[in-house]
Design a protein around this ligand. Sequence first.
Ligand code: NAP
Length: 226
Amino acid sequence: MLVQELHEKGNRTVVMGRSRTKLDDLEKCFDTVTAYPCDLSRRGQVEEAMDQITARHPDISLLINNAAVQFTPTFIADDFEYSGIDVEITTNLTAPLSITSLFLSSVLPRQSQARIVNISSGLAFYPKTGSAVYCATKAAIHSVSQSLRYQLEKTPVAVTEVILPLVDTPMTHGRGSGKLSAKDAATAIIEGIEAGRDEIYVGKARFLLPLMRVAPGIVKRMMKRY
Ligand SMILES: NC(=O)c1ccc[n+]([C@@H]2O[C@H](COP(=O)([O-])OP(=O)(O)OC[C@H]3O[C@@H](n4cnc5c(N)ncnc54)[C@H](OP(=O)(O)O)[C@@H]3O)[C@@H](O)[C@H]2O)c1
């Protein structure tokens, strides 16, 4: 959906993804898209793809760190997978940070304006019971977004954090209700980027900050079951 929104607004987009079939489909659907295969849980592949991207597309001025995985079993569940801890942290945190660092090396000497957008979640502020590692990676993304914003204050690079509510995507398939459509989420994200916002609270996530101030206990209980 994000790619479609960017396409409709006339942007050229470079996409990294692990499924060659999905990347081929994207390139077929949108003539503005150039795709690079890359499994974000593999550091070597991230570095290789970023080498190619920064060499071939030196004019890129917007980075959106969107991909993530969420494993739901609790640590004491029978289907909890020990190896998933590393996959989740590498995909959700190490990869976006590596890409950000490589993007900055390329963009800082060249661009007069650029933006890094990190897709985060209400769970960054209040974790739920399941998906402990996922919640921790989103809390880290929130923290890093703030630090990076400080670090880049005197540069032309801005940092945006997007705080999403429950969105109807494959990640939340079969769970939750009252979900925001992926299309509406993508529209809100692009509008927020165009408005130059540092933090974009999307849909119901807009109520999070005011509720945290007046009734933190209620929010905590609500998010525990999220
Ligand atoms: N859905 C929600 O309710 C919700 C709420 C808050 C925040 N978010 C955040 O929104 C962002 C988008 O999530 P989504 O809901 O769209 O989830 P999604 O439907 O599961 O999509 C996640 C995307 O990440 C890609 N990905 C996962 N692991 C990868 C890897 N190792 N290498 C390359 N690509 C990989 C997936 O590729 P494949 O297609 O190959 O799997 C997919 O395109 C994430 O940062 C998520 O944390 C979502």
